[in-house]
Design a protein around this ligand. Structure first.
Ligand SMILES: NC(=O)c1ccc[n+]([C@@H]2O[C@H](COP(=O)([O-])OP(=O)(O)OC[C@H]3O[C@@H](n4cnc5c(N)ncnc54)[C@H](O)[C@@H]3O)[C@@H](O)[C@H]2O)c1
Length: 260
């Protein structure tokens, strides 16, 4: 029980890394608000965890919408009694993700609306969620832990994913500025930069290109793709008392793919 009786919000909590983090946090004694735009998946996960005795709330939110984000944090404060831990994992790999069409495009071919959509969710969304949670944490005066999910692509450019790479680099700098600004309030702010993780986001790309999986595996010194639970373990560490001296750090969970 490494985070017993702590209250957490996990955005993107209904799938992949977020979902594994919700499950691990509940197993370690936390109450959790699952914040996701996919209501059905969030409710399914809350249902799965109903027997644990912890409070698990499914909350539908679009993290790129300021009013919705503020209402989400108000609900967590009201119904959980405050927010001790945030994991900001909601993101999309390209505009319209989930709608079927693959919109990976070079910058010169990218419509401005697609660029804005990716930056709106992946960077504005993290800004809005971090800001609302930080305000609640400062007001409560109990310190806190903010954990932003960035990516190996914050540091390593990838063809046809310029919007995603820039959004993740932005999350990394946002993390560092916030770490400075919130340190006086005993709020730590750190980032996690995963390499390839077996989630629906990655699986969508693997399904489109059968040769891609081997290409990824060959580029990883440990020769495998990560499981979402391995990222949840890193989020748990950053949320736990043992990580009290980490702030403004990015933990690279990539099996040696990029030694930054
Ligand atoms: N899977 C990987 O290989 C990988 C690698 C590096 C970084 N990441 C990052 O890890 C995080 C989690 O990704 P994942 O692989 O678990 O993806 P995923 O697609 O499985 O889960 C993302 C979740 O975010 C939600 N979401 C998307 N847009 C949202 C919005 N506007 N508002 C609220 N919720 C929204 C989705 O509904 C989904 O439940 C993301 O930040 C992603 O960029 C993933």
């Amino acid at each position: 029980m490494r985070i017993e009786n702590k209250n957490a919000i996990v955005t993107g909590g209904a799938s992949g890394i977020g979902r594994a983090t919700v499950r691990r946090f509940v197993a370690e004694g936390a109450d959790v608000l699952i914040a996701d735009r996919n209501r059905a998946n969030a409710e399914r996960l809350a249902q799965e965890l109903a027997h644990t005795g912890r409070k698990v709330i499914a909350h539908q939110v679009d993290v790129s919408d300021e009013a919705q984000v503020d209402a989400m944090v108000d609900r967590a404060v009201r119904e959980l009694g405050g927010v001790d831990i945030l994991v900001a994992a909601a993101a999309i790999p390209y505009a319209g993700f989930g709608a079927g069409e693959d919109r990976h495009r070079a910058i010169i071919d990218k419509p401005f609306a697609e660029w804005r959509e990716v930056l709106g969710v992946n960077l504005d969304g993290v800004f809005l969620v971090d800001r609302a949670v930080a305000r609640a944490m400062v007001k409560a005066g109990r310190g806190g832990r903010i954990i932003n999910i960035s990516s190996i692509m914050a540091l390593r450019p990838a063809l046809n994913s310029g919007d995603y790479c820039v959004s993740k680099a932005g999350v990394w700098m946002l993390t560092k500025v916030l770490a400075l600004e919130l340190a006086p309030h005993r709020i730590t702010v750190n980032a996690i930069a995963p390499g390839g993780v077996r989630t629906p986001m990655l699986q969508a790309a693997l399904d489109r290109d059968p040769k891609m999986e081997q290409g990824i595996v060959d580029s990883v010194p440990l020769r495998r793709i990560a499981e979402p639970e391995e990222l949840a373990a890193t989020a748990l560490f950053l949320a736990s008392d043992e990580a009290g001296y980490y702030t403004g750090a990015m933990l690279h969970v990539n099996a040696g793919t990029l030694m930054a």
